[in-house]
Design a protein around this ligand. Structure first.
Ligand SMILES: Nc1ccccc1C(=O)C[C@H](N)C(=O)O
Length: 296
């Protein structure tokens, strides 16, 4: 087992209980890994809205020997990019999902399907279009691929979307596309009003995606926890201290809010810049741990 920790001092303003966990860099251990697949996965891009925009689509990754049409358990990646950056796409999730497919523990059975979502971007569309596109993809996985249980992995604005999905699909809301088992969020945006206070420059992309900071605040994960099923949902917030775009403040706010509302939440550290975290080994390890916990 390789492990390392870095001793950086926390900014004085951050006093959350588990803040010290940010400083542990978890690296993939060699124990418990059983290679089940050595080939690269087959990646298929399918439309989630008939005749829709190219970004109303999702990638399904599967080993050649694996028939995803019969899979009830899915790991679903949602990319970031401030709701607007065309350089961030479903492809962002491929390294993580490929790693998850290629290594798993012996106790992880039966296998799970892997999907990575696209959604239309701003300024072409505004909220809730990004969310609606993600839900269309989940509906397709439920109706056509047998999805009954799912884990959402969201990065940055994709983390915002993951919590918005949890809210929109909670039993008290729109309906059931299966059971959410876990939210794994990396470098997430959770309180968009606070984000604009900390980084006034980000107001432009927030307004572009939500029309106004006020509307963005209403749709922020910190304000969407009421009425969402929290029993049996594993929440892990991953944060890198090397993120050049985002301080740990958003993650700290979300951790505090989740705990206040009675959720169990774990905060984990990772290495790397904003768009390096979701391809790093820490997220693979977190996802493998979560998969083992919820599906073994
Ligand atoms: N996800 C973020 C979170 C916070 C601040 C920026 C981003 C961005 O993604 C910036 C993106 N590269 C952009 O320029 O549109």
């Amino acid at each position: 087992m390789v492990s390392a920790s870095v001793s950086v001092l926390a900014p004085a303003t951050l006093t959350f209980a588990s803040f010290s966990q940010y400083f542990h860099i978890h690296q993939l251990g060699e124990k418990n890994q059983t290679r089940i697949m050595s080939e690269s996965p087959i990646i298929e891009t399918i439309s989630s809205v008939p005749g829709g925009h190219p970004f109303q689509s999702l990638d399904i990754l599967r080993p050649a020997s694996f028939d995803s049409s019969t899979v009830s358990r899915w790991v679903i990646f949602i990319h970031g990019g401030a709701w607007r950056d065309p350089n961030n796409t479903s492809k962002d999730g491929h390294p993580l999902l490929t790693s998850l497919l290629s290594t798993t523990t012996t106790t992880t059975s039966p296998p799970f399907g892997c999907a990575s979502l696209n959604y239309r971007l701003s300024p072409d569309v505004t909220h809730p279009a990004h969310l609606d596109d993600c839900i269309s993809a989940l509906r397709l996985l439920h109706e056509q691929y047998g999805m009954q249980e799912y884990i959402l992995v969201g990065h940055s604005a994709g983390a915002t979307l993951a919590f918005q999905i949890a809210h929109a699909l909670s039993p008290s809301q729109k309906g059931d596309l299966g059971t959410l088992k876990s939210l794994i969020c990396t470098e997430g945006l959770y309180d968009l009003a606070d984000l604009c206070t900390e980084y006034p420059d980000y107001t432009s992309f927030v307004e572009s995606a939500f029309d106004s900071v006020r509307a963005a605040s209403v749709a922020s994960p910190v304000n969407l926890l009421e009425g969402v099923e929290k029993e049996g949902v594993e929440v892990v917030l991953v944060q890198s201290m090397e993120d050049e775009l985002l301080s740990p403040w958003q993650t700290g706010l979300m951790e505090e809010r989740l705990e206040r509302r009675g959720w169990s939440v774990e905060v984990r550290g990772a290495a790397g810049k904003h768009d390096e975290v979701f391809v790093g080994p820490e997220v693979v390890e977190v996802a493998r741990e979560v998969i083992e916990k919820v599906w073994s």
